[in-house]
Design a protein around this ligand. Structure first.
Ligand SMILES: [Zn+2]
Length: 242
């Protein structure tokens, strides 16, 4: 593991014409962002593939694109844009909520938005996307007993891999919330990595089960997006070791 052994990770929620800027980006914003990635020489890919690419040869052009919750709009709007650029991504599904609507919060910003059907997820997997786990029901792991947390982490992996007929190798903590004991549960459940919502910071010790990322919402202007990605490209910051 060297200091240069880094994978930058972007983190999105919704991509939709009606997305509130706090919950997502419009398809036009998303397209402009993907054009910037390409212009800077990045290849947008899944977290699993990015980690493998780095392990096999420090591919500095790789950037992991990740989407939390598995919104139906990711299928409708984000996937076709990604594919126009030759990119794929990781989508973190809530295993027991596929084909349903967001019910884990009453916050009107989030509640009620439709989540992808399993058939759409299977289609994306066939197109090279990664299906990651975001638990069974989207609990705050810190607020439930260890026994239940372990089940949310382990059974979501089994269920998704069965239902989508694919390996499920990366995990994402709901609300970005985890305690000292949860990263070990993720590792013991057979995942290779877990993404948090923590931002990069200098001097942080990289940990594959506490991966940092850069959240992208509709409030991030295009210039800031460009400068952030430019700094990753120049190796100034960003990225965790696998
Ligand atoms: Zn979530």
């Amino acid at each position: 593991m060297t200091a240069a052994f880094r994978v930058p990770v972007l983190y999105y929620h919704r991509v939709s014409p009606d997305a509130d800027p706090r919950t997502g980006v419009t398809p036009e914003q998303f397209e402009a962002q993907m054009a910037i990635l390409r212009r800077l020489g990045f290849l947008g890919t899944s977290l699993d593939r990015a980690l493998t690419g780095w392990e096999e040869g420090a591919r500095e052009d790789l950037i992991a694109l990740t989407f939390d919750d598995g919104y139906e709009d990711n299928y409708v709007y984000a996937a076709p844009i990604l594919e126009r650029y030759g990119f794929v991504a990781t989508i973190y599904f809530v295993a027991e909520r596929m084909g349903q609507r967001v019910d884990w919060t009453g916050d009107p910003l989030w509640a009620g938005h439709p989540l992808m059907e399993a058939s759409m997820a299977r289609d994306l997997v066939a197109r090279g996307f990664e299906a990651g786990s975001h638990t069974l029901t989207h609990p705050d792991l810190v607020k439930i007993p260890d026994r239940l947390a372990r089940r949310e982490i382990r059974e979501s992996r089994e269920r998704l891999s069965q239902e989508l007929s694919c390996p499920v190798t990366t995990f994402c903590y709901p609300y970005g919330s985890f305690g000292d004991n949860h990263p070990a549960m993720v590792r013991e459940a057979g995942y290779r990595a877990a993404r948090t919502v923590r931002r990069y910071r200098f001097g942080g010790r990289p940990d594959p089960f506490r991966m940092a990322c850069r959240p992208v919402s509709g409030r991030m202007g295009i210039l800031r997006f460009y400068l952030t990605l430019l700094s990753y490209r120049m190796g100034l910051r960003g990225g965790d070791a696998p």
